[in-house]
Design a protein around this ligand. Structure first.
Ligand code: GFB
Length: 314
């Protein structure tokens, strides 16, 4: 990408899209295009085609998606598969037909089989059954990957696919019904501290293991891939280390200053037992995550206090 390249960030208000936008701006890109859902509904093929015919972006970061945590994925599978298939199909096809030089598609670590060997290598894709709680979302993302690869194979078009691990950071969704675990627990523990609660509920057994990547690290990886990676093979993006949900809850308790107990509600689902990505391929290509979980959680909590937390009653 050159400084004056026309770059479209789809989903610029989300956790990932907003991080990519910050990164592009900080690197001096001058022609960044964004569009809100009110102006351009990416699920609507006619709108998407008209937009691409008119704007003709050269580079596209496809960070628009319907995303959510384990509960939202289990409750609304139809929304997850429909919205994601529509968004990605419309954008990829219109981008290809309207002069786009390269598109970056974002998948997810949940595309891999539930019982994949750990750490998960890219080649384990489609080697076993998926986790049930986010099956619909994962199938949509796998279809997106296949579409990007097929356009490369049939038309010689440059699309690349990154598979990020669980993400967090400023701009995350803190709504307890639809969020992922890190923002959910940050919010619950903060509110527990403010209200002086004796205990805070953590869903599941606390035993599942997850890997957490800061959105700013992902944004850096996305720009790196756009500029330096052009291959059919998907690329995992993660930090290469993991922790249990209990350990995460303890780290968050220390960060927010919550001193009560943690109650593990085992009526809630655990989801996949472990999801640690093998990041040797992207490391070998020249990129590595930089933000430690401790540092990332600290800065995200500062953002949360500034932007989300309700001020304490006088
Ligand atoms: O982040 P999360 O919702 O999704 O949950 P997944 C991770 C783990 O944290 C599960 C536990 O074992 C949850 O039961 N957990 C504990 C909580 N307390 C809470 C809480 O208050 N809220 C939430 N949300 N979880 C997602 C997929 O799976 O991973 C998406 O659903 C996406 O499709 C994303 O792929 C990366 O890590 O299980």
């Amino acid at each position: 990408m050159l400084r004056d390249s026309k770059i479209f960030v789809a989903g610029h208000r989300g956790l990932v899209g907003s991080a990519i936008l910050r990164r592009l701006r900080s690197e001096g890109h001058e022609q960044i295009i964004t569009s809100t859902r009110a102006d351009l509904d990416l699920r609507d093929q006619a709108q998407v085609r008209a937009f691409f015919r008119e704007v003709r972006p050269e580079f596209i970061f496809l960070a628009a998606a319907k995303v959510g945590g384990i509960l939202a994925n289990s409750r609304y599978p139809a929304d997850f598969i429909r919205d994601n298939l529509l968004i990605q199909t419309n954008v990829i096809d219109a981008a290809y037909g309207n002069g786009c030089k390269k598109l970056l598609f974002l998948g997810s670590s949940c595309i891999y089989p539930k019982h994949a060997p750990q750490p998960i290598k890219e080649e384990y894709l489609l080697t076993g059954p998926l986790e049930t709680s986010n099956h619909a979302y994962a199938v949509a993302k796998i279809a997106g990957i296949e579409m990007v690869k097929s356009y490369r194979r049939q038309y010689g078009w440059s699309g690349v696919c990154l598979q990020p691990t669980n993400l967090y950071g400023p701009g995350d969704n803190f709504d307890l019904q639809s969020s992922h675990v890190l923002p959910a627990l940050m919010c619950k523990l903060h509110e527990g501290k403010v209200s002086g609660a004796d205990q805070v509920t953590v869903w599941g057994s606390g035993m599942p293991r997850r890997e957490f990547l800061h959105a700013d690290d992902l944004a850096e990886a996305a720009l790196f891939a756009m500029n330096h990676y052009d291959d059919d093979e998907i690329l995992n993006v993660g930090v290469g280390t993991e922790c249990t949900i209990r350990e995460l809850a303890e780290l968050l308790s220390r960060t927010v200053g919550y001193r009560g107990d943690l109650h593990f509600d085992t009526t809630k689902p655990d989801g996949t037992p472990r999801k640690l990505l093998d990041v040797s391929r992207i490391n070998a290509a020249g990129w590595r995550a930089r933000i430690s979980l401790e540092e990332g959680v600290r800065s995200t909590y500062a953002w949360y206090l500034e932007n989300v937390a309700k001020p304490a009653a006088p």
